[in-house]
Design a protein around this ligand. Structure first.
Ligand code: MN
Length: 288
């Protein structure tokens, strides 16, 4: 098991821990980005406030443990997610969105922002957005597993995906353990979001990405006092991708074209996010 501690960073006023991409590991299956934020409490400030920004070549997977996030996008979708629900935005050839703490909120925030790289066959597809409030839950003797994307243990998420993938939130309540069947052709990663867990005698702590090579048919996770663990996996991606800012592409030229299209508000590309109070985000003078 390879241990990769997340890097600390900031997004606006929000402290984040970035676990993917890493120089040592850019992808786990098609998963290409993992930002962890919270848990935090707040009274007046708006801890999440990400102004309209574009994406290409990926899907955003928004997952909360506590609190709520309001999503608005250039297709016109406006959607609040709460813990246990999935907001899945498929950028395809281009979309823009904003994400912010809604005015009506519970004063807590705790979640992860994940991206899934689209394979070249899906990279040029039309953008889409889906809110999934009813994901499969597998009840175990020690807790539960929520299948966010893909399939696990015979339960399949309704979320639309474009390459072999799994994403699940494993919850162990108190002292207990869980055994999960794995697809042996997948590589996987574990990321603890609460408590402390163990896998094959190794202690798993929060904010570290633990990478597991392909070839495993099952996984044993345990905890003494309870834990939440994200399981991410997929078939090794098999295509080289270029990542820059909020873009995933098959070439440097595609990244440049997308940046220029956003800067120039190119007709028919990203569109406008309506309803967000403030200017949109720009990569500024950054040169590719
Ligand atoms: Mn985004």
């Amino acid at each position: 098991m390879q241990s990769l501690p997340a890097h600390r960073s900031v997004l606006g006023s929000l402290d984040i821990r970035r676990a993917l991409p890493r120089r040592e590991r850019r992808l786990v299956g098609p998963w290409c980005f993992l930002d962890r934020y919270g848990p935090l409490t707040f009274s007046e400030a708006k801890p999440m406030d990400v102004a309209p920004h574009p994406h290409i070549g990926l899907q955003t997977v928004s997952w909360l443990l506590d609190g709520e996030v309001l999503h608005r996008d250039s297709l016109g979708y406006e959607s609040v997610i709460r813990p246990g629900e999935l907001n899945l935005m498929t950028s395809g050839r281009g979309i823009a969105h904003s994400e912010e703490t809604p005015r009506s909120n519970s004063g807590v925030l705790n979640g992860v922002q994940l991206w899934v790289a689209l394979p070249s066959a899906a990279r040029g597809m039309a953008p889409a957005f889906a809110h999934h409030a009813d994901l499969p839950r597998i009840e175990t003797k020690s807790g539960r597993v929520r299948v966010i994307v893909g399939a696990l243990g015979g339960s399949t998420s309704p979320a639309a995906v474009h390459s072999p993938i799994v994403g699940a939130d494993v919850e162990i309540v108190g002292n207990g353990s869980v055994e999960l069947p794995l697809d042996a052709s997948f590589e996987h990663a574990l990321f603890v979001t609460a408590g402390e867990a163990a896998c094959e005698g190794e202690t798993l702590i929060p904010d570290v990405l633990y990478y597991l090579e392909p070839g495993r048919t099952d996984l044993q996770l345990s905890s003494r006092a309870g834990a939440r663990i994200l399981l991410l996996g997929g078939a090794p991606f098999g295509e080289s991708i270029f990542m820059w800012w909020n873009f995933v592409a098959g070439s440097h030229e595609e990244l440049v074209a997308a940046k220029l299209a956003w800067d120039d508000r190119a007709e028919g590309w990203f569109g406008e996010v309506r309803g967000y109070d403030g200017p949109r985000t720009s990569p500024g003078l950054s040169v590719l």
